[in-house]
Design a protein. Structure first.
Ligand code: FAD
Length: 328
């Protein structure tokens, strides 16, 4: 009988990502309703020390695949390792953050296990009788669908920054158990040999706590200068609407929305962005939204917590000065 929850914990270069702590925290919260153990699974190279600390977020067990060939992500390698862990643990649910890596992995693992999958969930409910249901935005966020699974394990992709990180057992630590591989990497058909950062790589909008995003209202590529200045003061990433990316003013990596990245930062500035449904689909789960637009009727104001009606070229520099003083 499947029981407990498995949380996939993403790392890069031996350092756990925030999404790893969030996956374990979410699993620990579900455990209060569902029962069973929370098992954190970490795949990488030189990760056992960092993995042990996941107990603080509620992991009862920490299982690692720690090998040179896991230093870089490969779908087939990580997928086979996670599948092996699943078969050995037999969980009721598998939580995988819906990051770029997690989305890729969740699809592979669900297909390989012939398991139900709910992607990009922003809420999960469980009951003591083992029933789990997951809520996911559909039709570009216009509606919500509650998804029920008819078999276990239920693979749940969780939208980053929505569920939150909670230290359920502050200071706790468990010894990471190393699981020996029962598969050959020869079966993995695509292996990543090297990853090099792009020149002048900027902070990724998908990882940032604060995003300063600009839309067509910025006018031209150079119009982003005041937004970059505000982002620098706040340690924020610079995001963009699709109109801006289509115009070639910013790289596609910065695009937020249905055909860009889905983000849920603590603070999102929408500067000169009208608030088209396809843009909202990527940012409306942000914790606090500040909209700056010279059109008081712009739809972005309907989803914003704070709205400033005005010219962004006056408002953004004024905000930058105010933050500089406040943070000095
Ligand atoms: P506009 O809609 O032109 O808005 C510009 C805003 O700037 C206006 O509200 C204006 O009042 C304001 N403004 C102008 N000057 C100033 C100023 N000086 N100060 C303050 N405000 C000013 N869009 C995305 O963003 N992300 C997506 O992933 C995405 N995916 C899509 C997928 C599909 C299939 C389709 C059909 C569309 C998609 N779009 C996406 C496009 C989307 O429909 C909108 O066209 C786009 O979001 C508009 O971008 P914008 O808000 O920057 O521009």
């Amino acid at each position: 009988m499947p029981a407990g929850i498995l949380a996939f914990c993403e790392q890069r270069g031996g350092q756990l990502k925030k999404a790893a702590q969030e996956a374990v925290s979410t699993a620990a919260k579900l455990k209060t309703d569902l029962g069973g153990d929370v098992t954190a699974v970490v795949i990488g190279k030189g990760i056992q020390g960092a993995a042990a600390g996941l107990a603080a977020y509620g992991a009862d067990r920490v299982v690692c695949f720690d090998q040179d060939h896991f230093a870089l992500y490969s779908t087939g390698g990580y997928g086979r390792a996670l599948m092996q862990a699943c078969k050995s643990i037999d969980p009721a649910a598998i939580i995988i953050p819906a990051t770029a890596m997690g989305k890729d992995l969740a699809a592979w693992v669900a297909a390989s296990l012939d398991a139900p999958l709910a992607t990009d969930c922003d809420a999960i409910e469980a009951s003591a009788n083992g029933e789990i249901k997951a809520c996911r935005p559909v039709y570009a966020g216009k509606a919500k669908a509650w998804v029920h699974a008819s078999s276990a394990p239920f693979v749940l992709g969780i939208r980053p920054n929505v569920f939150g990180i909670v230290e359920h057992q502050p200071g706790a630590s468990v010894d990471a158990e190393v699981m020996a591989e029962e598969f050959s990497m020869d079966a993995v058909r695509a292996i990543v040999k090297d990853i090099s950062a792009a020149e002048n790589a900027e902070l990724d909008v998908a990882e940032a706590d604060i995003i300063v995003a600009g839309g067509r209202g910025v006018g031209k590529a150079e119009g982003f200068a005041p937004l970059e200045e505000l982002a620098k003061v706040l340690g924020a990433a610079v995001g963009a609407s699709r109109a801006v990316v289509d115009a070639g003013w910013r790289d596609h990596a910065a695009q937020v929305g249905q055909t860009g990245k889905v983000v849920s930062p603590k603070l999102y500035f929408a500067c000169g962005i009208s608030g088209a449904i396809q843009h909202l689909a990527g940012m409306q789960t942000s914790q606090v939204i500040v909209a700056i637009n010279k059109d008081a009727e712009a739809p972005i104001f309907k989803v914003s917590n704070y709205g400033i009606v005005g010219d962004l070229f006056e408002v953004v520099p004024a905000l930058t000065e105010a933050f500089k003083k406040a943070l000095a």
